[in-house]
Design a protein around this ligand. Structure first.
Ligand code: GCU
Length: 414
């Protein structure tokens, strides 16, 4: 295990060699998700669902994101607050979710906003946040959350990421929205103490973290957390969980994709700037590399993912395989023009190459094959846009996701 200084130094060296030139993208064929392990090509939706999809899911489980934790022996939820917000147009709740296993317990705090005046139960978007529930809003009474492995609050300042979570606008569009801080499910730090503070520890209190990382990963555990949040929301009278979407930015976009691949209750899956290890194709060798991911964030993936270090362009799979696991559901991929680290074109092409699986279902997938101009929204079973600007998730991104989800869920603004 490298020290922080060693890790930073190694990542800085690797980052110097990163390719940002389209002209230097290697000419490599992108593997087809339709070719099964025995070499035959899947030709219909039945074979996809019963033969090839399980193979890909199994591959990603073993090689990349790890196993899904089981359901705990006991899971309970407690509404710790409930009040009207936004001049009475929405209800805000904080729900403490507690997992119990073999005498151990672990709790997370979910912040939920639900439109009040909807004519019927509303669809919901779930997503994890980076810096704590209180960092997503400047409402002064939202409880602080998000702690490092030593138990310190990650973010002292309220509202620092409120531009990423426009709860009032989302609820005005007729959607409920729920979030938890990802650190409280698995603190996002390399090293043993994060594993010990993660929810994994209640299931495997005696297993050394290095051993656990052979089968589990932080991304896998965060995705599991999203599913448990949805379990709890199923008990909310005003929310229709048959119309649920999962949204995530960056590393949490990678997580949203894996959550959508594992939990088919997520009917809309949103990957915002998810980059490598998310929607972007590795084989393009543009932007971040597998070795950088494994060096900077060893806990995000299973330990064995390291065997692909330096092999980006030669992989026998690519992230179109991951995206294809969402088919025939709705997938939204968002990029940003200045986010070259995440390879916007590679994120787009991930969706284009995955579309062959949507076609098995009589759908189209990504409606276009040319990378759209900045700020042009392309909406289909796979939607895409590239916002002008930096690596971030902003209201402009949300608007497209809500439009795409609104079509599927037939939602009216309220
Ligand atoms: C780093 C990392 C990316 C990740 C991003 C984020 O830049 O290299 O893979 O997506 O952090 O989560 O913000």
């Amino acid at each position: 295990m490298l020290s922080d200084a060693q890790r930073n130094e190694k990542v800085a060296k690797l980052a110097e060699k990163v390719n940002y030139k389209e002209s230097a993208v290697p000419e490599r064929e992108i593997p087809s998700a339709l070719v099964a392990n025995n070499g035959s090509t899947v030709t219909n939706a039945w074979e996809w669902m019963n033969v090839r999809r399980p193979e890909i899911l199994d591959f990603y489980t073993r090689e990349v994101y790890g196993e899904t934790l089981p359901r705990p022996e006991e899971m309970s939820s407690e509404e710790v607050s409930c009040r009207d917000v936004f001049n009475g147009r929405a209800i805000r709740k904080e729900i403490k979710i507690t997992f119990r296993q073999g005498g151990f317990s672990h709790s997370i705090m979910m912040l939920v906003y639900i439109p009040r005046n909807a004519p019927e139960r509303v669809p919901v978007f779930l997503g994890l946040n980076f810096r704590g529930n209180h960092a997503c809003t400047d409402e002064i009474d939202v409880l602080e959350s998000g702690r490092d492995p030593e138990g310190n609050l990650i973010e002292p300042v309220r509202g620092v990421q409120k531009e990423r979570w426009e709860f009032e606008k989302v609820t005005a569009r007729g959607f409920a929205v729920a979030t938890c801080c990802y650190h409280d499910i698995f603190p996002d730090f390399p090293g043993e103490s994060a594993w010990k503070k993660s929810v994994c520890s209640i299931f495997f209190p005696d297993t050394p973290p290095a051993k656990l990382n052979e089968r589990y990963s932080a991304i896998g555990v965060w995705a599991w957390g999203l599913s448990r949040m949805l379990d709890v929301l199923e008990g909310e009278k005003l929310i229709d969980c048959r119309r649920a979407g999962v949204v995530g930015h960056s590393r949490l976009g990678k997580t949203a994709l894996w959550a959508g691949a594992n939990d088919r209750r997520f009917k809309v899956v949103v990957s915002n700037d998810s980059g490598h290890g998310g929607a972007a194709l590795f084989k393009r060798n543009f932007g971040e590399t597998i070795e950088i991911l494994n060096t900077a964030f060893p806990h995000w993936f299973v330990a064995g993912f390291e065997k692909y270090n330096g092999k980006d362009a030669d992989l026998e799979f690519d992230q179109n395989f991951l995206l294809s696991l969402i088919a025939p559901g709705a997938l939204c991929i968002g990029s940003a023009t200045e986010d070259l680290w995440a390879d916007p074109k590679g994120e787009f092409l991930g969706g284009v190459y995955a579309s062959e699986v949507w076609r098995l279902f009589g759908a189209k997938g990504m409606p276009v094959t040319e990378h759209p101009q900045p700020d042009v929204n392309v909406t289909g079973e796979i939607s895409y846009h590239m916002r002008t600007g930096k690596h971030n998730i902003l209201w402009q991104d949300w608007e497209h996701y809500l439009d795409a989800a609104g079509k599927i869920f037939s939602v009216t603004n309220i």
